[in-house]
Design a protein around this ligand. Structure first.
Ligand SMILES: [Zn+2]
Length: 251
């Protein structure tokens, strides 16, 4: 039974990953969400058989059928990642995969991947995705029995944490986008110890990745390195291993 669920959720993840790629492109270029997919390079419409997640990328050897220009690795990677995450959610929650739990996991994973890709690519955050996702996660958490006060407080702490840095660095070290990511982190973590775990891993990872880049002068200003992807990975660690880490240290 689990195998069937894994296959279905992997497939749903692939489709939604494909949608996420499309969303990233269209939000950035202020295009309508509806309408047929087209090649971002030559603008030719993509046939349905060239639009199958991951497989089409392999068959076309990563190039557009018409203009032969290279298609970004982002496309198959995002699809595959979301497929794996969605399937993993079922595996993780088994044998009690309630609709609420899976729904919450999937919204969170979608948000994670969206923030990661968008911030990495454009150094920006899209409110139209991140805020509704945060509200949904909040509502799902309430139905799952989470304490609403703790959820709100954690969100407030996260926003205040980034807000303070924003004020101190006068917006140079941290952007307003990170405050919005703070909202998302707050509702995903749901409690301040979990938030602490998320921030800890985000900043440790951020330091490890940024230091060599800064030393080699590849990136001139600190503000050129987006914080979002690190925050996402940190929150990801907290979401999966937070409880284990906390109980390990607090006994
Ligand atoms: Zn093309």
């Amino acid at each position: 039974m689990l195998t069937i669920f894994l296959i279905i959720s992997f497939w749903v993840g692939l489709i939604l990953g494909s949608f996420l790629n499309c969303l990233v492109y269209r939000l950035r270029h202020k295009k309508t969400i509806l309408g047929r997919s087209f090649c971002p390079l030559c603008k030719k419409k993509i046939k349905w058989y060239d639009n199958i997640p991951v497989l089409s990328f392999i068959f076309l050897k990563g190039r557009c059928r018409f203009c032969q220009q290279k298609i970004s690795w982002q496309y198959p990677l995002v699809e595959l990642l979301l497929g794996l995450f969605f399937a993993f959610s079922f595996y993780w929650r088994w044998p009690n995969p309630s609709l609420l739990l899976i729904g919450k996991d999937w919204i969170i994973f979608f948000g994670f991947v969206f923030i990661f890709v968008y911030d990495l690519k454009y150094l920006e955050v899209e409110d139209i995705i991140i805020l509704p996702a945060s509200v949904l996660i909040f509502v799902f958490s309430l139905f799952l029995g989470h304490n609403y006060f703790s959820l709100l407080l954690t969100t407030l702490i996260a926003v205040a944490f980034f807000g303070l840095q924003y004020l101190v660095t006068k917006g140079k070290g941290i952007g307003l986008g990170d405050l919005r990511i703070g909202v998302f982190m707050g509702v995903v973590c749901g409690s301040w110890p979990m938030l602490l775990v998320a921030l800890f891993f985000a900043y440790v990872l951020g330091t490890f990745v940024s230091l060599p880049l800064l030393l080699r002068k590849k990136k001139k200003m600190k503000s050129m390195i987006p914080l979002g992807p690190f925050l996402v990975v940190g929150t990801f660690v907290a979401y999966f291993f937070g409880e284990a880490i906390i109980s390990f240290y607090l006994g």
